[in-house]
Design a protein around this ligand. Structure first.
Ligand code: SIN
Ligand code: CO
Length: 376
């Protein structure tokens, strides 16, 4: 396990941590060849960063043809692949090492391949990240001083720090891990060709949450309209009077108030919504509990790699979330919510009794039909 009580107490969101030889990567981890062929896949989000291209720190977006990659120089570039845990089940199995981290906080595993001296330049990230050296060696240089100069080089494709003085540096070898909290300036430069996995975490900002939440809230708020029975004849009728401004502001801030359970319902739906290009394919054929039970006799039901199943349990209320939809269940279904949210596969004996209950059977069939769980 990469995380434990002491990690959260001493390091999480506080300070960097270097762990030598801390992780065994899954056996089937993609090498250069595998990554180059994934680069040609239009369903995979890939980026190529060239340090000395026509412009400094040039970014190109995939897919990339093999001949394009083969004609790149011998040094100074890197290619990054987002959401590899959603595409390669073996990569996803690394997330077992993060048991105990709230699942909604986990974003993705990004994999980067770099040639000698390849990097994405000195920068800071807004997210916590575990940088795991998968093959080859990379020199990580960091500066955790929040007072250091964070100005960026203007007019680049990427956010590159104008000045970067390393306070500490480490050469990472396969199996070594570097945890960085948000805001720590870092620069990882490949020494020879290397592959790095980054486990990134989600930390939504108010700016990101607000528009989507407000759009839904707008549909549910009671119609409050401005009223002013106290209005009097106004001598300077061009003035917007302070008491009118206060009233308008109060009207809007009271519209923002929401019951915490309702907000939780919105957030659970928001956070389980997969990225557009990762949506599973619907499977309308699986339409009855009998059909499900029949197939379950042969094989387990599995979670689609892009699906997040989460739940929320507050006084008297149990909500299960998946794929941007919530389902309210009786509290007696808490064991099912735990089972679905903590495992990636389920066997007949685990689901049988729930498939004999009309309500939970309907919920499981809905998950199957939307493609969030299914058979391989
Ligand atoms: C990389 O893998 O090259 C970059 C990861 C990072 O700096 O966050
Ligand atoms: Co970074």
């Amino acid at each position: 396990m990469l995380i434990n009580h002491a990690f959260f107490r001493d390091y999480w969101q506080k300070k960097p941590l270097l762990l030598r030889n801390a992780v065994d990567l899954p056996e089937q981890n993609p090498d250069r060849e595998a990554l180059f062929s994934l680069a040609g896949d239009e369903n995979i989000e890939s980026r190529l960063v060239v340090e000395h291209g026509e412009r400094p720190w040039e970014v190109h977006f995939g897919p990339f043809t093999r001949s394009r990659l083969d004609t790149l120089p011998d040094s100074g570039w890197t290619i990054l692949f987002q959401d590899m845990d959603k595409h390669l089940p073996d990569v996803a199995s690394l997330l077992q090492q993060f048991r105990g981290m709230p699942r909604w906080r986990i974003d993705d595993i990004m994999i980067s391949y770099a040639v000698d001296k390849g990097s994405v330049g000195p920068h800071t990230d807004e997210y916590d990240v575990f940088l795991i050296q998968a093959s080859g060696r990379r020199l990580w240089r960091i500066n955790a001083d929040p007072g250091s100069d964070r100005r960026l080089v203007p007019d680049l494709d990427m956010k590159i720090l104008r000045h970067f003085d390393a306070e500490q540096e480490w050469l990472l070898e396969p199996g070594d891990v570097l945890y960085l909290p948000p805001g720590v300036a870092h620069w990882g430069i490949a020494e020879g060709e290397c592959i790095t996995w980054s486990v990134g975490f989600r930390a939504p900002s108010a700016q990101e949450l607000f528009p989507e939440w407000a759009e839904e809230q707008q549909q549910t708020i009671e119609e409050h309209r401005y009223r002013d029975p106290e209005l009097q004849l106004q001598i300077h009728d061009g003035e917007i009077q302070p008491q009118a401004v206060l009233k308008l502001q109060e009207m809007l801030t009271s519209a923002l108030e929401q019951d915490p359970d309702d907000f939780g319902d919105w957030f659970g739906r928001h956070i389980t919504q997969p990225k557009e290009h990762l949506h599973p394919l619907p499977n309308p054929e699986l339409s009855t509990p009998q059909m499900l039970l029949e197939v379950l006799q042969q094989q387990p039901l599995v979670r689609h790699p892009a699906s997040k199943i989460l739940y929320m349990h507050t006084a008297g209320k149990l909500l299960l979330f998946c794929g941007g939809v919530s389902c309210q269940l009786p509290e007696s279904c808490l064991p099912l919510a735990i089972l679905l949210s903590e495992q990636d596969a389920w066997h007949q004996e685990e689901l049988e009794s729930w498939l004999h209950d009309e309500r939970t059977a309907a919920m499981l069939i809905d998950l199957c039909q939307r493609g969030y769980i299914g058979f391989e």
